[in-house]
Design a protein. Sequence first.
Length: 153
Amino acid sequence: MTRGLMLLIALLLAAPAARAVEALSTEELMSHCEKYYDEQAHEDRVFCTRYIQGFIDGAVATDERVTRNVVGEYDQDESFSERAARTRIGNRLERYGASVYADFCLGDPVPLKEVVEHIVEDATDPERVAANPLARDLVYQTIREHYPCPDRD
């Protein structure tokens, strides 16, 4: 092996494990979202909107997959009570969508603009921002509060 290759391998072995993705801070998100109503700040408006849209899309996709996996486990040698629970899960999913188990129900359809405006408004509360230093936590809390699911049947 060449000395350069050995050095590269040594550096890679000594490097700390990479994190999946660095979480976006609420402060960073709000630096874009605070300009949401400024027609001149096109890039900031797009960043704000797309982050929130991505959060919602990711939550729905993940919840759907997790729910299917849980229901699949119920299908294996289930008792009467387990079958009843699975059927109830299926009914709630059909009525409210996969996000019902994440404690929010956006309905069909909720305009993205409406959701973004709730988040932008809620982010003007310094206590709320301080309590949610990560953007995903602020977005999640706001969506849960503004779009609660109906009481469980």
